[in-house]
Design a protein around this ligand. Structure first.
Ligand code: SF4
Length: 463
C-alpha cells in the first residue's frame, strides 16, 4: 500500500529524523535482536553523513539510547539526557536485554568519508561475546523521516535503485497509487477528494475512527511542541550559541496583533514554524513531518488554515485537521516512493521542499480545492524549492534550518493560493517535478547533502 500517513507523521525527538530518530530505532532493533545472547561488547560504526554530522545531530547519543531500548516516540528527552550522562560517566551501557556492556560515545567509530553503496546514512552494529567472537551483526540505513532499512531487508534503499525498480502497487488498498497521475485518476474514478482516497487506503489497516483519533493526536503533539517552545528562552545546544527567538516573538505578536488581523498572518506562520524547529533543535518532542529538520512547515500551515481560512467553520476544525493531514500524507507518500525525503540523499529539497509541497496540498484541499488544484499546489511548492542544498552550520539542525522552515511555510501558503486561482490545468505536473527533484538530488555534490562540508557550513565561521 502507499506509505501510511502515520509513517510520515510519527512522533519523535529532535534534532533529526534521519540522524536521531532512525539511528535510535536501529539501535533498539539491534538490542532486541541480541537480547538473551551472551553479549560482552557492542561495536558501533557510523558511515557517511551519520559520521560527518553525527555530533551535531545527536546521532551518537541516539544510537546509545536505542541500544538501551529507548523508543523515540515515548522516551522522555530529559530522562534520556540523564541516562546518557550516566553512561558517559561510567562507561557502562545496559542493553535492552539487561546485559551491561562497556560503551560510551567516544567508543563509536566514525567513517565520514566512507559512503556505503546503499545509502549515505549507514551504521553497522556488531555484538561480540567475551572472547571477541561475533555473535551477530547488522548494517542499518536511516533513509529519511525516521525510516530504517537494513541489509537484512530486501528492498533497495538508494534513490537510483528506487527509481529503477518497479514501484510496487499493492491492490490490498482500494486506491493504490504511487504517482500524482495515479492519485488524480483514483480521485476521478471514485469522486473522492485526495483526502478521501487517502482515508480509504488507511482504513484497510485501521478503522476510520482510529485514523481520525490518530491524526488528531498528531496535531495535538504539533501544538504541544509550539506551546513548549514559546516558553523557552536562552540558546540552543550545540555550541553555536543560536538564540531561541520564538518566546520573544510570541510576546511581541501578542502585543501587536491580539486579534489575529490577517495582515499579521505571515508573522504567526513564521513564529509557529520557528517554534517547532527550535524545539526540535533542542532535542524536544516534535512530529516528524515528514522529517524533523522540516518539522515546522506543516504545523505552521495547518495553524494558518485553522486561524484564517473562512472555509473552515469553527465546528469543523477537527475535520479540517484530518483532511489536511491525509492530503499532505498522500503527497508525501509520492515523494517517499518516487524520490526521497532524506537530506543526505537529495539535499534540503527532499526535506523542506517535500514538507512545503505536502503543506500546500493540505491547505489547498481544506480551502476547497479540487484534486487537480491540490496536485497543482503541491507541484508549485516543490518547483520553487528545486536545488535546495543541505549545508547546516556545525552539522546542527539550526542554521539555515529554523528560518528555512518559516520561509517554506509561507511559500507553501502562496503555492496553495496560486493553485486555487487557477483551474487545476497547468504546465508542469507533480510527477515531473518529483522526478526533477530526484535527478537534481542525484547530481548534487555530496558537499551539499547533509555532510556539513560545503555551503554555509564552510563559509560561516563557527565562533
Ligand atoms: S538544511 Fe534542510 S535538509 Fe539539511 S538539516 Fe537543515 S532542514 Fe534538514
Amino acid at each position: 500500500m502507499p506509505v501510511s500517513v502515520f509513517d510520515l507523521f510519527s512522533v519523535g525527538i529532535g534534532p533529526s529524523s534521519s540522524h536521531t530518530v532512525g539511528p535510535m530505532r536501529a539501535g533498539a532493533s539491534f538490542a532486541a535482536r541480541v537480547a538473551g545472547a551472551p553479549v560482552a561488547a557492542v561495536d558501533v560504526h557510523l558511515y557517511g553523513s551519520l559520521a560527518s554530522t553525527g555530533h551535531g545531530h545527536g546521532t551518537l547519543g541516539a544510537v546509545l539510547a536505542g541500544l538501551t531500548g529507548s523508543d523515540p516516540e515515548t522516551v522522555d528527552p530529559d530522562e534520556m539526557a540523564a541516562s546518557l550522562a550516566e553512561t558517559e560517566r561510567t562507561g557502562q551501557l545496559r542493553l535492552a536485554g539487561g546485559t551491561v556492556v562497556p560503551l560510551r560515545q567516544a567508543d563509536i567509530v566514525l567513517h565520514p568519508l566512507t559512503m556505503l553503496p546503499r545509502h549515505p546514512n549507514a551504521m553497522r552494529l556488531v555484538a561480540r561475546d567475551a572472547a571477541g567472537t561475533v555473535l551477530d551483526e547488522e548494517t542499518y540505513y536511516s533513509i529519511g523521516g525516521g525510516f530504517v532499512t537494513s541489509d537484512g531487508d530486501a528492498a533497495p534503499a538508494d534513490t537510483a535503485a528506487v527509481a529503477e525498480a518497479a514501484i510496487p502497487v499493492d491492490d490490498a488498498v482500494p486506491y493504490p497509487f504511487s504517482s500524482g497521475a495515479e492519485l488524480l485518476a483514483a480521485c476521478a474514478a471514485s469522486g473522492l477528494p485526495v483526502s478521501g482516497v487517502a482515508l480509504a487506503n488507511e482504513t484497510v489497516t485501521r478503522t476510520a475512527d482510529e485514523v481520525r483519533a490518530g491524526l488528531l493526536h498528531v496535531h495535538d503533539v504539533m501544538r504541544e511542541s509550539v506551546e513548549r517552545s514559546i516558553r523557552r528562552t536562552g540558546t540552543l545546544p550545540g555550541g553555536l550559541e543560536v538564540r531561541r527567538r520564538a518566546a520573544n516573538w510570541y510576546e511581541q505578536l501578542l502585543r501587536d496583533d491580539p486579534h489575529h488581523d490577517p495582515l499579521f498572518a505571515m508573522e504567526w506562520v513564521n513564529l509557529t514554524a520557528m517554534a517547532v524547529n527550535e524545539e526540535n533543535a533542542s532535542g524536544g518532542r516534535v512530529v516528524t513531518a515528514p522529517t524533523n529538520g522540516a518539522a515546522g512547515i506543516i504545523p505552521a500551515v495547518l495553524s494558518y488554515a485553522l486561524t484564517y481560512a473562512s472555509e473552515v467553520a469553527p465546528d469543523e476544525r477537527d475535520d479540517a485537521v484530518v483532511r489536511f493531514l491525509l492530503t499532505a500524507g498522500a503527497v508525501g507518500s509520492i515523494y517517499k516512493e518516487r524520490a526521497s525525503i532524506s537530506g543526505a540523499e537529495v539535499g534540503c529539497q527532499g526535506e523542506v521542499g517535500s514538507a512545503a509541497s505536502m503543506a500546500a496540498a493540505g491547505l489547498a484541499e481544506v480551502l476547497g480545492g479540487t484534486p487537480e488544484q491540490v496536485e497543482n499546489a503541491a507541484e508549485i511548492a516543490m518547483e520553487h524549492n528545486l536545488g535546495l542544498t543541505c549545508d547546516p552550520i556545525g552539522g546542527l539542525v539550526q542554521i539555515p534550518c529554523i528560518e528555512r522552515n518559516a520561509i517554506a511555510a509561507n511559500k507553501a501558503i502562496n503555492a496553495a493560493r496560486m493553485a486555487l486561482r487557477g483551474d487545476g490545468v497547468h504546465h508542469v505536473s507533480l510527477d515531473q517535478v518529483v522526478e526533477t527533484m530526484r535527478q537534481t538530488g542525484a547530481d548534487m555534490s555530496t558537499k551539499y547533502k547533509e555532510t556539513a562540508m560545503g555551503g554555509l557550513a564552510v563559509n560561516v565561521p563557527l565562533c
